[in-house]
Design a protein around this ligand. Structure first.
Ligand code: AMP
Length: 407
């Protein structure tokens, strides 16, 4: 199908757009931030000039301005053939991308209690693009969908079972588009079929999560009911002792305050007292700032511990894969993490690692390593574009059911 696909990732105060052609080449990216404030701005990636959108700093206003700029650059002269939206939480309802209908919007609203910061923002994006392109099919692509294959023993918390039955308290997992891209890329690089590919995928960005993928299916992942569980992140704590709530209540810190601090004042920022940005943190540690080094050490140890834990879900491993801003760019973090894993037989080659996998096409493992170690740049927008276009193609020509002979 010829034509372009628009990908929309709408946060509470930000908007990211990407446009792909029918062969999945990325044509342009746009970003708007601080929406709803007087300092709102938009930018076309690769262009230094910011666009003042303070006149109409709503999501709809930013979207209209960016699309107008795209058109000036001969992109989206015609409406796109599909619009793919990142939607963070699909609960247990969505195991795949879904064509957006009033019923799907209702279901996304119903999941909003599980992702109160994200799902309402995602819906804002859906409504804004719907107004701008009323006749173009819109498709929701869920962060949680890839992890719906988790076995019951991996998704249940050891809590009173009625919490799950009544309120859906279970582990859902996030970053599904990135982890599924790691699966596809690993299979391609190792020349294997998806359904025969098993890996541990570590997505390390501002948010961090790790997933065990066995024979093409997510079987364990570090994020849970919310994206707070699991690894140390930029400002998020990851795992903590649940007894902390009661302990700190005794010190006058309310559950609400602690929730805020666990999400916004913890992780690398909380430990280092300096920054949530890994690049700045590494520079600060090199300048001799002790707590910056401590934050890096805790980050790497916790990550290594999770890699070890993920191995209990796999019977074979085709690769350990690093991705995300930190995973793709920080040789130091990869090396420090893998140092903890000699018992698993994982060994990094320092030259390949320092070159971020470019020396030997994504590979950074030493020849003595028991398993390959790969660095693969993520491309979540491409996954969303692909899913959106596939949904439209299937809606036009539903896949033929294959008649098989029964014996
Ligand atoms: P993301 O959310 O995927 O954009 O990743 C953002 C994180 O990647 C931030 O903590 C950045 O500091 C980190 N990052 C990007 N480049 C580097 C680098 N060269 N070294 C260390 N961390 C980096």
């Amino acid at each position: 199908m010829k034509g372009t696909t628009l990908v929309v990732n709408c946060g509470s105060s930000s908007l990211k757009l990407a446009v792909f052609d029918h062969q999945y080449n990325r044509l342009i990216n746009g970003l708007a931030e601080r929406l709803g404030t007087p300092s709102a701005y938009a930018v076309i990636t690769g262009n230094k000039d910011t666009i003042d959108i303070s006149g109409d700093s709503t999501h709809r206003g930013a979207l209209a301005t960016l699309i107008k700029r795209f058109r000036k650059r001969n992109v989206l002269g015609l409406p796109p053939v599909a619009i793919g939206h990142r939607v963070v939480h699909g609960g247990e309802k969505f195991t795949d991308a879904a064509m957006i209908t009033p019923a799907v919007i209702e279901a996304i609203e119903a999941c909003a209690s599980l992702a109160p910061l994200h799902n309402p923002a995602n819906l804002t994006g859906i409504h804004a693009t719907g107004e701008l392109f009323p006749n173009v099919p819109q498709i929701a692509v869920f962060d949680t969908a890839f992890h719906q294959s988790l076995p019951e023993y991996a998704y249940l918390y050891a809590l009173p079972y009625e919490y799950y039955q009544q309120w859906g308290v279970r582990r859902y997992g996030f970053h599904g588009t990135s982890h599924s891209f790691m699966l596809a890329e690993t299979a391609r690089l190792l020349n294997k079929k998806l359904e025969n590919t098993s890996l541990i995928s570590a997505h390390l960005g501002n948010g961090c999560s790790i997933t065990a993928i066995a024979n093409g299916k997510s079987v364990d992942t570090s994020m849970g009911l919310t994206p707070l569980e699991g690894l140390v992140m930029g400002t998020r704590s990851g795992d903590i002792d649940p007894g902390l709530f009661d302990f700190l209540a005794g010190k006058g810190i309310s559950a609400e305050d602690l929730h805020h601090d666990l999400n916004h004042k913890s992780g690398l920022l909380g430990l280092s007292q300096q920054t949530n940005d890994m690049r700045t943190l590494v520079a600060s540690a090199d300048d001799g700032h002790r707590l910056s080094q401590v934050a890096i050490d805790v980050f790497c140890f916790k990550l290594a511990r999770y890699i070890g834990a993920m191995s209990s879900s796999l019977s074979t491993l085709d690769a350990l894969v690093f991705t995300g801003g930190i995973g793709e760019n920080s040789a130091r973090i990869r090396a420090r993490t893998v140092e903890h894993l000699s018992l698993l037989g994982l060994v990094i080659d320092s030259d390949s690692n320092l070159n971020h996998g470019r020396l030997r096409e994504h590979h950074i493992e030493h020849t003595n390593s028991r398993f390959p170690i790969l660095v693969i740049p993520t491309n979540e927008e491409l996954v969303i574009a692909n899913a959106a276009l596939e949904s439209v193609r299937n809606a036009i020509a539903p896949p033929q059911s294959i008649t098989t002979e029964t014996s």
